[in-house]
Design a protein around this ligand. Structure first.
Ligand SMILES: [Ca+2]
Ligand SMILES: [Ca+2]
Length: 353
């Protein structure tokens, strides 16, 4: 009798695991192939070979690009090189990148930059907030951007017990931001969380006076950005392939208005400064990203979402490639008819639309 019960339990356990794996394949778009959509005037950006995970462009057309992300489960083409921040001036005829020097006693050797957000203070000073993973921890670094010297001055590191597995941030005011958490567990249990689809990740509000969870229930909260009128927040749940549209309340809580469902794993989000459209850097097939194979590489996909607040948002593909040019797109950012597309671990693309 005992053996029979054990066999039944084993059978049920295996069936559950098998069912979970089938669902995982579906969630990760294991079978999706990409159909090419490539604007004519695109070129790879010289000097970026190992990632450009996030790109944030100032209203003046200066773009910050985070490079060299090391993130467990993701390919890394230059494991021994620390991360860097590049600058690109999109007003130039033929823009090129330059690495920003970082001064002010910052530990550059362990720099592992991930999501970023810029903030312009009342006195027009420009600050760059960068999610950093030194030694696989999570911190938010604040830098002051010196435009004349083309450099970053390190000001401060923000650490907090709730700032764990941070993916991206959007700055709201001085030392005040929303941050996404992409995993609940930071150890081997992350795999269990992923397979069991626990939906325990969230969006955090941080300020020197108050730190709190303002939206929860995400499978893996990833990119985050704010609408041009600063009233709404858009959050990508990468494993649910959707974008949550949320209203900012007076106490900084977020109330969900809706989720826009897509058929691609959504990474970072930006708002087009000319139209307010959401631009989403996406992974069409995440299995190819997780099981990296140069013979059959992960592709890239950039979507534009018009009228995100309306009943029927209009979704169009701005760029799609099967990985022959660009692998693992994580962000797209626009300025004055130009588009920059960044990737988790690969190159970066500059397009004139
Ligand atoms: Ca960002
Ligand atoms: Ca991201």
């Amino acid at each position: 009798m005992g053996k029979l019960v054990a066999l039944i339990l084993l059978g049920a356990g295996l069936a559950l695991v098998w069912e979970r794996f089938l669902t995982l394949g579906e969630r990760l778009n294991a079978h999706r192939e990409v159909e090419s959509v490539e604007p004519q005037n695109c070129r790879l950006i010289e000097g970026i070979e190992n990632g450009s995970e996030d790109i944030d462009i100032l209203p003046s057309g200066l773009a910050f690009i985070s490079n060299g992300l090391k993130y467990s489960g993701m390919p890394d083409l230059a494991p021994d090189e620390p991360g860097r921040i590049f600058l690109m001036d999109l007003n130039e005829q033929n823009p090129r990148v330059q690495e920003l020097n970082i001064s002010g006693g910052f530990d550059k050797a362990s720099f592992n930059p991930h999501g970023m957000s810029t903030f312009i203070d009342k006195d027009q000073s420009v600050y760059l907030y960068v999610v950093n993973h030194p030694h696989m921890d999570s911190t938010v670094e604040i830098f002051k951007f010196e435009e004349q010297q083309r450099s970053l001055v390190y000001l401060k590191t923000i650490k907090h017990k709730l700032l764990k597995s941070v993916n991206d941030i959007v700055v709201l005011g001085p030392e005040q931001f929303y941050a996404t958490r992409d995993r609940y567990f930071t150890n081997f249990l992350a795999l269990f969380e992923f397979v069991m689809d626990l939906r325990w990740t969230h969006v955090l509000f941080y300020s020197p006076r108050e730190v709190k969870v303002v939206a929860s229930g995400f499978s893996s909260a990833n990119g985050i950005t704010i609408s041009l009128d600063k009233k709404y927040i858009y959050v990508a749940d990468i494993l649910y392939k959707n974008i949550h549209v949320m209203k900012i309340q007076d106490n900084w809580d977020l109330t969900q208005l809706k989720a826009i469902q897509l058929d691609t794993l959504v990474d970072n989000l930006t708002a087009d400064p000319d139209t307010g459209d959401i631009l989403a850097g996406c992974h069409p097939n995440a299995i190819k990203l997780l099981m990296y194979n140069t013979e059959d590489p992960p592709g890239s996909e950039v979507l534009r979402i018009r009228n995100a607040l309306s009943e029927k948002p209009v979704i169009s593909t701005m760029y799609a490639n099967n990985g022959s040019v660009l692998q693992g797109s994580s962000v797209a950012s626009a300025y004055g008819g130009k588009l920059l597309i960044g990737t988790v671990f690969h190159k970066a693309l500059y397009c004139e639309l």
